[in-house]
Design a binder for this molecule. Structure first.
Ligand SMILES: [Cu+2]
Length: 255
């Protein structure tokens, strides 16, 4: 009896550690992840892929092959003279986001599926590919995607027959946007930069700015707003365009 119990515990431990270490089970842990995968952890990176961005509006390479379950560290270099970025997404997401960037060239987005890189510099994205299929990427700087600055990651599937309960959560913040206060947007604080009077908020759709759900860096109107806020807080806020920036004018604790 004792032996059986021990065996059971050991088996459980093995399963748990495999899931954590390898991330092998196709996005089944945490019930997270959309269709393109999820942010990866540095500790579980399986491979590094170098990507070069050029002023010819190209990614080199533009085609990247990975296996389902891999966590890739993209080291993204900007060899050009202008700012470029690499953003992972579905074609639909990228297009929506690109249109929002064209309307709001001052916006500074900051999701984990992307990196914006200044001329001559490098940045990185660590991404865990949980589903077989195609993950697109593009540079969403105004004019760049339109000029063909895009590519795709082909994610090859595995033979494994594990079921993938990931579909349920493809629409995160936007789906809960049935707030009674119509002009407030729901969000969650990701980063607070008091020195530069900036705040990063993962937010739902901002109808007044025609902006889809994403994480974005905002200016704050008054630094006094920082006093009651900390990273991780759920908030409701109002943002508007002002003096070449997108500024949070009101913010309060959400539910
Ligand atoms: Cu670009």
């Amino acid at each position: 009896m004792k032996f059986n119990l021990f065996t059971a515990v050991l088996a459980t431990a093995l399963v748990a550690s495999t899931a954590v270490a390898g991330g092998d089970h196709a996005g089944s842990h945490h019930g997270d992840s959309g269709v393109i995968g999820q942010p990866g952890k540095a500790a579980t990176v399986t491979r590094t892929v170098a990507v070069d961005m050029t002023d010819a509006m190209r990614f080199i390479p533009a085609r990247i092959a990975v296996k389902q379950g891999e966590t890739i560290r993209f080291v993204v270099k900007n060899s050009g003279k202008v700012k470029h970025e690499m953003v992972l997404g579905t074609e639909k997401e990228l297009k929506e986001h690109y249109e929002a960037m064209k309307k709001n060239p001052e916006m500074e987005h900051a999701d984990e599926n992307m990196v914006t890189v200044q001329s001559g510099k490098s940045g990185e994205i660590i991404w865990h590919f949980t589903k077989a299929g195609k993950v697109n990427f593009a540079c969403l700087q105004p004019g760049h995607y339109g000029a063909g600055m895009k590519g795709a990651v082909a994610v090859s599937g595995k033979a494994a027959a594990s079921s993938i309960p990931a579909h349920a959560q493809e629409k995160p913040a936007a789906a809960q946007a049935t707030a009674p206060s119509a002009d407030m947007t729901d969000g969650e604080i990701r980063k607070i930069d008091k020195d530069n009077k900036k705040i990063t908020i993962k937010h739902g759709e901002i109808k007044s700015l025609d902006m889809p759900a994403m994480s974005m860096v905002f200016q704050v109107k008054d630094p006094v707003m920082f006093e009651k806020l900390k990273v991780g807080d759920k908030v409701k806020f109002v943002a508007e365009k002002s003096g070449g920036a997108i500024v949070v004018t009101h913010i309060q604790q959400g539910k």
